[in-house]
Design a protein around this ligand. Sequence first.
Ligand SMILES: Nc1ncnc2c1ncn2[C@@H]1O[C@H](COP(=O)(O)OP(=O)(O)O)[C@@H](O)[C@H]1O
Ligand SMILES: [Mg+2]
Length: 114
Amino acid sequence: MKRLETIVKSDKLSQVVNAIRSAGAKGVTVTSIKGQGSGERPMLRSGRGTAQIRAEYNMMDSIMTVVDDSEVSNVVSAISQAAYTGKSGDGIIIVTDVDQVVNIASKKTDSSAL
Ligand SMILES: Nc1ncnc2c1ncn2[C@@H]1O[C@H](COP(=O)(O)OP(=O)(O)O)[C@@H](O)[C@H]1O
Ligand SMILES: [Mg+2]
């Protein structure tokens, strides 16, 4: 199993969650976050003269999902398509190994717990 953490602009959240579910993921956990990439944050307002004020953070959402290894490439492709604009700040997908998942109600573990 792998844990996919996807960070996207908040206005892409619904599209990306729909894409993840359509690709077969059994659940998602969504968190509102703020972040910084290597590019510039948006202008909040311009000041007079040379003064410029930029947002300190990008307002983003993080979507976490745990999927079987066999689903990873499907889900990553679906996310990449749904979130793509081709511009800086589209976001990232972080894939990590998962040791164990336990479903509390059913007591099932790992793939059966998803
Ligand atoms: N190396 C990183 N580690 C953790 N989060 C990151 C990293 N790179 C990007 N992010 C997150 O993804 C968001 C979008 O980043 P990204 O699409 O890479 O923008 P940029 O084009 O400005 O680098 C950031 O605001 C941040 O929340
Ligand atoms: Mg970046």
